[in-house]
Ligand binder design. Structure first.
Ligand code: GDP
Length: 436
C-alpha cells in the first residue's frame, strides 16, 4: 500500500531533474494540463521492473537563499528521514567537490541504502572518470547519462534491490482514510483533537502503525475511519520548520495513503502558494478533497465575509471546483461536527459507480444539447461511454477520433456528469479512446 520512497540527492546542476524526469518517464505527460496544477514537480511516481515507487527530487525543495552547504545538508537530512533508498548523484565531469564529500558523510552515517550515480558519463571512453568516486565510500558508482538516458537501468536494478518488503494494508477496505494537510499552525492538530473528542467518536486504543507513521483509527456511527499520520502532523521536522517550509514530503505520503484529504487553511492568513501546491497534489493523486477553513472565530465578519472568502478561494483553486468548503473553528468547535459527515459523503461520491445505460443516456442527452466539436470538417462521434474505475470515478469515451475530444468539450462533459450525479468532493477522470 505505501510505496517505497526513493530520493535523489546531489549538488545543483549535477542533473538531478533530468534524471528525475527520465525515471518518471512518460508518466508526467499524463498529468492533466489544468491551470493551477503544479508544474514544477518534485515528487512523482516511478516504476522499474514492475515495482512502483515514489520518487523525490530533493533539489526541487528550495530553501530560499541559504548557502549551498546548508541546502545540501537539508536535502540529505530530508532524504535520510523520508526515503527508503537514496540515489546520490555526482558530476562525473567535475570530480568530487567539498559539497559532495559533505553529503556523502551525512548519507554514510545514516543507515539508509545509498546508490551512487555518476552523471554526465555520456560515452564509454569516459568510464575511467569513475574510479575517483570510489573514494566517497559508497558501493559501486554507476556511470549514467541523464541527458542520453544511459546506465539508468543498472542503477535502478540496484535501487529496487534495497526496497523494504511490501507492507500489508493494515485497514480494511471500508475504512475511510483521512489526511489533514496544511502548513504548520493552521490548526491541524487542534482539528484532530476536536474531532476525536466529538460525540459518538470512539477512538481505538491501538494506534495503527506503518513503517514510519502513527495513525489514529476511530469509529463514528459504525463507520470506521483512520486519521493518517497523526504523529507526523504534530512532530515538527527541523528542516522544514527552520526554513519556514512545511513538511511537503510527509504531506505527500499522507495524501498517497488516504482516500479523503482535508486541505486545512488558516482563515486569518488566507491561501498561500504553498497551500495551492499541496492541494494540487491531492487533486493529481485523484483523492477526494474537502477544504477546511479553520480559525473562522478569529476573523472579523459581516454577512458577506464568508461568501467573499469563498469566491477568492475558488478563484485561486480553479482545479478544485468540486471540493466543498467548510468554515470551522477548532477553538470554539463551530461547525466541526460537519467535517466527518462531509468526509463520509465525499468518500461515497469518490466510490460512485454509474450504471452504463444511465451513463450513456445522459451523455446522449448532453450531446443533443451541445453538439460535439468538429475539426477540419470532421466531427467527434461518441459511440459509447463506460465507467472503468472508482476512486476517482473514471470514464472512458469510445470515439471515432480521440484528438477531436477538445479540452473544452471534455470540460462540458464533466460538467454534465457533475450536474447529473453527485460527484461533490471527488475529481473525475475522462479519457477518449478510439473505437469506430
Ligand atoms: P498545526 O501545526 O496545523 O497542527 O496547528 P495547531 O493545531 O498546533 O494550532 C496552531 C495554533 O493555532 C495553536 O496555538 C492553536 O491553539 C491555534 N488554533 C487552532 N485552531 C484554532 C481556531 O479554530 N481558532 C483560533 N483562534 N486558534 C486556533
Amino acid at each position: 500500500m505505501t510505496k517505497p520512497v526513493v530520493a535523489i540527492v546531489g549538488r545543483p546542476n549535477v542533473g538531478k531533474s533530468t534524471i528525475f524526469n527520465r525515471i518518471v518517464g512518460e508518466r508526467v505527460a499524463i498529468v492533466e494540463d489544468m491551470p493551477g496544477v503544479t508544474r514544477d514537480r518534485i515528487y512523482s511516481k516511478g516504476e522499474w521492473l514492475n515495482r512502483e515507487f515514489n520518487l523525490i527530487d530533493t533539489g526541487g525543495i528550495e530553501l530560499g537563499d541559504e548557502p549551498l552547504l546548508v541546502q545540501m545538508r537539508a536535502q540529505a537530512e530530508l532524504a535520510i528521514k523520508e526515503a527508503d533508498v537514496i540515489i546520490f548523484i555526482v558530476n562525473g565531469r567535475e570530480g568530487i567537490t567539498g559539497a559532495d564529500q559533505e553529503v556523502a558523510k551525512l548519507l554514510f552515517r545514516s543507515d539508509k541504502p545509498v546508490v551512487l550515480g555518476v552523471n554526465k558519463i555520456d560515452n564509454p571512453d569516459m568510464q575511467e572518470e569513475l574510479y575517483e568516486f570510489y573514494s566517497l565510500g559508497m558501493d559501486t558508482p554507476y556511470p549514467i547519462s541523464g541527458s542520453h538516458g544511459l546506465g539508468l537501468g543498472d542503477l535502478l536494478d540496484d535501487v529496487i534491490k534495497h526496497f523494504p518488503d511490501e507492507e500489508e494494508d493494515p485497514y480494511d477496505e471500508d475504512t475511510i482514510r483521512i489526511s489533514l494537510i496544511g502548513r504548520p499552525n493552521v490548526g491541524k492538530s487542534s482539528i484532530v483533537n476536536a474531532m476525536l473528542g466529538e460525540e459518538r467518536v470512539i477512538v481505538s486504543n491501538i494506534p495503527g502503525t506503518t513503517r514510519d507513521a502513527i495513525d489514529t483509527p476511530f469509529t463514528q456511527d459504525d463507520q470506521d475511519y483512520v486519521l493518517i499520520d497523526t504523529a507526523g502532523m504534530r512532530k515538527r521536522g527541523k528542516v522544514y520548520e527552520a526554513t519556514e517550509k512545511y513538511s511537503v514530503l510527509r504531506s505527500l505520503k499522507a495524501i498517497e495513503r488516504s482516500n479523503v484529504v482535508l486541505v486545512v487553511i488558516n482563515a486569518e492568513e488566507g491561501l498561500i502558494e504553498q497551500d495551492k501546491k499541496i492541494a494540487g497534489y491531492a487533486h493529481e493523486a485523484g483523492r477526494a478533497v474537502v477544504i477546511v477553513v479553520n480559525k473562522w472565530d478569529a476573523v472579523a465578519k459581516d454577512d458577506k465575509t464568508m461568501k467573499n472568502f469563498e469566491t477568492k478561494l475558488r478563484e485561486e483553486l480553479l482545479f478544485l471546483t468540486y471540493a466543498p468548503i467548510l468554515f470551522v473553528s477548532a477553538k470554539t468547535k463551530q461547525r466541526l461536527h460537519t467535517v466527518l459527515p462531509m468526509v463520509k459523503k465525499v468518500s461515497e461520491n469518490h466510490h460512485l459507480r454509474v450504471p452504463t445505460n444511465v451513463l450513456n443516456d445522459m451523455i446522449m442527452d448532453a450531446v443533443a444539447m451541445n453538439p460535439t466539436p468538429t475539426d477540419k470538417g470532421k466531427r467527434l462521434k461518441i459511440n459509447y461511454v463506460t465507467q472503468v474505475a472508482v476512486e476517482p470515478p473514471t470514464f472512458v469515451f469510445f470515439v471515432n477520433e480521440p484528438e477531436l475530444m477538445h479540452f473544452s468539450y471534455e470540460r462540458f462533459l464533466e460538467n454534465r456528469l457533475r450536474a447529473t450525479f453527485d460527484f461533490e468532493g471527488t475529481p473525475i477522470k475522462i479519457f477518449a479512446r478510439k473505437k469506430n
